[in-house]
Design a protein around this ligand. Structure first.
Ligand SMILES: Nc1ncnc2c1ncn2[C@@H]1O[C@H](COP(=O)(O)OP(=O)(O)O)[C@@H](O)[C@H]1O
Ligand SMILES: [Mg+2]
Length: 390
């Protein structure tokens, strides 16, 4: 077993299917919290690739040949992204942790061919990455947690707990990617006290509405939403739905907030002004986060004594949407929480999830379990992922 510090590339591409984030991190074998971020970079998917990825995610039926090719194509794109980042920061990595692109995630067991099963699928061929970059690659992090009875998500709470736990300050780490998810870490918490779950849509509905009504991939800076008026009744109505009422652990994806959800949403605001519709989609993200905090964190019965929370630390692409951030700050102020950015903790918002997969890969390399059972609902912590050698 290696005992030296390692430089690990974390490679993340989330449900937004916007592209690839790479973070280069120096990690110490004896500490999960002492790490040094050496650099990070973002590589948008070429338009055709984004369309193919979104198509595959949303497809009720798909071509097996195309999915297989997409797997190998993404392997090439991930390798190129890692090599480009190595060049940019003049760093050679020892190991790669690649999350891959989720094409399907069903954390909850459902009946299939006479059996009840949960299933997940991340694509992006790790053998290609290992061969091209010349170092081992840890990939496919989620199945081991599901095999241990968990929902396979969220996995980032391992990093959240390592970084944000504090003896006297209760913190909620909130990532706003395509889906929004949180990890609540009470003051003085043990890892088993961490509550984590997907709160609902992050940018996914905002992006889809922007695309449909304004023919742009996302609402840059939240400018369009800022000019609209929120349809409060609609937001209120959506928050009564089963997903939002369901206690954690719970996960969401395109299956919950993808194409079908968005077409229903657009249907219900048909007669409204376009900018109001987008403002409403934006408010849905902000309010569903606050609602999740109120229902399942502040009132959680599992805590022995009532914990107090002081801060929400946000990360992910959604932090660049100023309208969303302002709405969220207002909502959580009502719950007595102050909004902070992960950047204040040395973790650039856009790099956080990529850093997390570098840390998880490193744990796996050292054969250490890194899932957080209280977050995923698993029976035990698992060593996550599979290793491909160059
Ligand atoms: N300048 C910006 N203004 C508003 N939204 C942005 C901006 N940059 C990124 N985003 C949003 O962030 C999303 C990507 O966030 P990311 O954290 O990468 O999500 P994921 O993990 O799902 O890939 C984009 O799809 C977009 O909605
Ligand atoms: Mg992304």
């Amino acid at each position: 077993m290696k005992k030296k510090a390692m430089i690990v590339a974390g490679v993340m591409s989330g449900t937004s299917a916007d592209g690839i984030d790479v973070a280069l991190v120096r990690l110490q074998p004896r500490s999960q919290t002492r790490f040094e971020l050496l650099g990070h970079a973002e590589y948008p998917y070429p338009n055709k690739v984004r369309t193919a990825v979104l198509g595959a995610m949303n497809a009720p039926r798909a071509s097996v040949a195309d999915l297989s090719r997409l797997n190998f194509l993404l392997g090439e794109l991930y390798s190129e992204a890692v090599v480009a980042t190595e060049r940019q920061f003049r760093v050679k990595v020892d190991l790669i942790g690649c999350h891959g692109q989720t094409l399907y995630h069903q954390g909850e067991p459902e009946r299939f061919l006479g059996r009840k099963l949960a299933a997940t699928w991340q694509t992006g061929e790790a053998a290609i990455i290992a061969a091209r970059v010349g170092v081992p690659v840890v990939s496919d992090f989620r199945p081991a947690d599901m095999a241990a009875g968990g929902k396979g998500a969220p996995l980032v709470p391992f990093l959240d707990y390592a970084l944000f736990r504090h003896a006297r300050v209760g913190r909620i780490a909130q990532n706003i990617g395509g889906i929004a998810n949180l990890a609540a870490i009470p003051a003085g918490a043990a890892a088993s006290d961490v509550i984590a779950f997907d709160t609902g849509p992050g940018n996914m509905v905002i992006d889809a509405v922007t695309e449909k009504l304004f023919s742009r991939p996302f609402d840059r800076g939240g400018k369009i939403a800022a000019s609209g008026k929120v349809l409060d009744r609609l937001v209120h109505g959506i928050l009564q739905r089963a997903f939002f009422r369901k206690p954690p652990p719970k996960t969401a994806g395109r299956e919950e907030f993808g194409r079908d959800f968005v077409s229903n949403f657009l249907q219900s605001c048909k007669t409204s002004r376009k900018q109001d519709v987008l403002a409403t989609a934006t408010a849905l993200t902000a309010r569903s986060i606050a609602d999740g905090v109120q229902r399942f964190v502040l009132k959680n019965a599992n805590f022995q004594r009532k914990p107090t929370f002081h801060e929400m630390i946000i990360s992910g692409g959604g932090t660049r949407n100023s309208t969303l951030v302002a709405m969220l700050a207002n909502e959580i102020a009502l719950l007595g929480l102050r909004l902070r950015f992960s950047d204040e903790f040395g973790l650039p918002s856009a790099a956080k999830e990529a850093v997390a997969f570098a840390v998880l890969a490193h744990e796996t390399w050292l054969r250490r379990p890194s899932s957080v059972p209280s977050a995923t609902g698993a029976k035990r912590a698992a060593v996550l992922g599979k290793v491909s050698y160059p």
